[in-house]
Design a protein around this ligand. Sequence first.
Ligand code: FAD
Length: 84
Amino acid sequence: MLINSNAPDPLVLGVRMWPRAIPQFMIGHLDVLDSARTALSNDGFKGLFLGGNYVSGVALGRCVEGAYGIAAEVTDYLSKCIYR
Ligand SMILES: Cc1cc2nc3c(=O)[nH]c(=O)nc-3n(C[C@H](O)[C@H](O)[C@H](O)COP(=O)(O)OP(=O)(O)OC[C@H]3O[C@@H](n4cnc5c(N)ncnc54)[C@H](O)[C@@H]3O)c2cc1C
């Protein structure tokens, strides 16, 4: 509701829909992620890490938190490679 009741109707210049812009966390999404991680590990892709809004959640803050978590995993992984 507009504060000014005498305001003219809004003018819509254009609307663009991006149906696949934001990942949708459907039922079973976490299981899919688990399967992907397991497949990567089983197929010899150790050192490949999944990250981004489809993993952490779409809110920017969650993406940043997720990135810190992945950075820690990568650091741990690399330190084991170096000192092995
Ligand atoms: C229109 C819109 C409004 C939003 N508003 C909000 C909001 O108000 N508040 C909020 O919390 N969240 C908001 N979000 C959600 C949030 O911004 C996103 O979920 C978040 O930015 C995603 O971060 P990401 O790192 O997963 O992906 P991205 O930010 O998309 O980063 C992925 C990066 O990878 C790069 N890339 C892609 N493919 C390749 C490749 N093959 N090689 C190299 N680089 C590649 C891309 O160029 C990009 O820089 C909004 C999202 C959209 C689309």
